[in-house]
Design a protein around this ligand. Structure first.
Ligand code: HEM
Length: 510
């Protein structure tokens, strides 16, 4: 008995040593691979912790100054490879795409249908889905949906007018998200969410839940297990990655909308109609009626359709409202740019009978530059995730990235690199004149990602951001309210969130 107790005591005493050795071994991964490493720090940060992409930028700058082409970091306990050299990045995202075709997220249509969305899908499932969805985002299809975006601008103008009349500052992210929620809710689910009129609508509630995924909705034990278990095991224990309530809400929404349209042969020019075609025919068709029978068994299931509508919504509403929020902040901080943009908007709209048409938007070159510069300074997805799917010898180096390793393409760091963008913190839309663009490495700017896995919704995202900005700048003058903390501080998240929000004063123009 005493000897058993002694053994237990030895084990207990040696436990801290084992933990220490395991930690040492895990965190020596990159050194063993011959790569410079950003050591994980244990020091407590004072105030708001910096988001991961800002920490990566500090390392990026340090290692780049030393002439390194790449370095390694640790996310929790997992190693992640961070390329610095743009030619390496180009190879990984394009020519050697096959080694890095996955984002590295979990997806399983049976256990949790919403995870079977294009962003999460892997390997052949991704390839097949991407090929099916690509024709949904052509410029022809964008023109078809254009009126839905423009129709929502009257609600946006009404909403902003209330702040101008009451002389109250407006929290820009809230206002612009309500605009994009109404636009995408309409084109992806075919419903009038009306969050601009009613911020407490059911739809607005779920939109907020989506933005909190991964932090708060699983309870304390759920969050703890989620951080240590692989997703498949987490699901086997009865937890949900996205939450059951959220999954049921979106599934019912899509199922009911499709049933209604199919029963009543309702055709609308939106994503949902295109998804009905993909469900029933397996491809898009020019028919202006609903065809029910799948001719070749190639059609998407209802769960697959729901997952894609869900990702259009999630990937589409926050990215575009973030883009407009930062554009408006910079326009408020740079009144000369704001005036110049307003002049362009008025000049072009005059040529188009004062109407926001697709052609008018395409004609606004300065608007395009303003948005491009805002996306440079504040890319809504500041790090591009990839997962290595086959061992990869990094060109021009002795390093081999092992299958299964995560890759973080440091978009935010590249966009703030003074080699590519001199005086990088300055907002200067002229960086996107043809003259300057042609002198830059093509991979120095990629807010929508690059290669076959780049953002499928680029055209739609740009279009709704442009229409939203036209509608605000045409009608209102914006200035910074003192409630905005400058310089802005980011909230720690993998997306760009501003701590305390961005508050602007708005003045209605005649
Ligand atoms: C300004 C707006 C937007 C920005 C900045 C943006 C940015 C991005 C980025 C950086 C990626 C990852 C690309 C990569 O891994 O290389 C991405 C992927 C994606 N985006 Fe967007 N996005 C925007 C708007 C939209 C919209 C409006 C939609 C849909 C309606 C959308 C749907 C998607 C989807 C489905 C993916 C996954 C593509 C795949 O894995 O094949 N995005 N987006």
């Amino acid at each position: 008995m005493i000897s058993i107790l002694r053994y237990i005591l030895y084990i207990l005493l040696s436990l801290p040593l084992l933990v220490y050795l395991r930690r040492k071994w895990l965190f020596s991964y990159w050194t063993r691979k011959g790569l410079q490493t950003a050591e994980p720090t244990n020091t407590k940060e004072v105030g708001l912790p910096e988001p991961e992409y800002v920490k990566v930028m500090h390392h990026y700058r340090r290692f780049k100054t030393k002439g390194e082409k790449h370095f390694g970091i640790y996310q929790r306990q997992s190693p992640s490879y961070v390329p610095i050299n743009l030619d390496i990045i180009k190879s990984m995202l394009t020519t050697d795409f096959n080694h890095f075709r996955n984002h590295g997220f979990f997806s399983n249509v049976d256990d949790e249908p919403l995870t079977a969305n294009l962003f999460n899908l892997n390997d052949d499932q991704w390839r097949v889905m991407r090929a099916k969805l690509t024709p949904t985002f052509t410029s022809g299809k964008m023109k078809m949906m254009f009126h839905t975006i423009v129709d929502r601008t009257s609600g946006l103008e009404e909403l902003i007018s209330t702040f101008a009349t009451d002389k109250k500052p407006m929290e820009v992210k809230d206002v612009m998200s309500r605009f994009t929620t109404d636009v995408i809710g309409n084109v992806a689910f075919g419903i009038d969410c009306n969050t601009m009129k009613n911020p407490d609508s059911e739809f607005a509630y779920y939109a907020k839940q989506i933005m909190q995924l991964g932090h708060r909705n699983k309870g304390m034990i759920g969050n703890l297990l989620r951080s240590i278990l692989p997703p498949w095991l987490f699901l086997k224990l009865g937890f949900k990655l996205m939450g059951k309530e959220l999954g049921d809400f979106f599934f019912d929404l899509v199922a009911n909308a499709i049933e209604y349209r199919e029963k009543n042969n309702i055709v609308r020019k939106d994503f949902l109609h295109l998804m009905i075609q993909l469900k029933n025919l397996g491809k898009l068709s020019d028919d202006d009626k609903i065809v029910i029978k799948s001719s070749n068994g190639d059609g998407l299931t209802l769960k697959q359709v729901t997952a894609q509508c869900f990702v259009f919504f999630t990937a589409g509403f926050d990215t575009s409202s973030t883009t407009m929020m930062f554009s408006l902040l910079e326009l408020a901080l740079n009144p000369n740019v704001q005036d110049k943009l307003r002049d362009e908007i008025n000049r072009v709209l005059d040529k188009h009978d004062g109407k926001i048409t697709y052609e008018a938007v395409m004609e606004m070159e300065y608007l395009d530059k303003v948005i491009a510069e805002s996306l440079r300074l504040f890319p809504p997805l500041p790090v591009l995730p990839r997962r290595c799917t086959e061992d990869y010898h990094v060109p021009g180096t002795n390093v081999v990235i092992e299958k299964g390793t995560a890759v973080s393409v440091p978009l935010y760091s590249i966009h703030h690199d003074e080699e590519y963008f001199p005086d990088p913190e300055k907002f200067d839309p002229e960086r996107f004149s043809e003259e300057f663009k042609s002198t830059r490495h093509p991979f120095a700017y990629m807010p929508f990602g690059e290669g076959p896995r780049a953002c499928i919704g680029l055209r739609f995202g740009k279009l709704q951001s442009k229409v939203g900005l036209i509608s605000v700048i045409k009608n209102f003058k914006v200035t910074v309210n003192e409630k905005t903390t400058l310089p802005i501080k980011f909230y720690p998240s993998f997306l760009i969130f501003v701590a305390g929000g961005i508050w602007l004063d708005v003045e209605k123009l005649k």
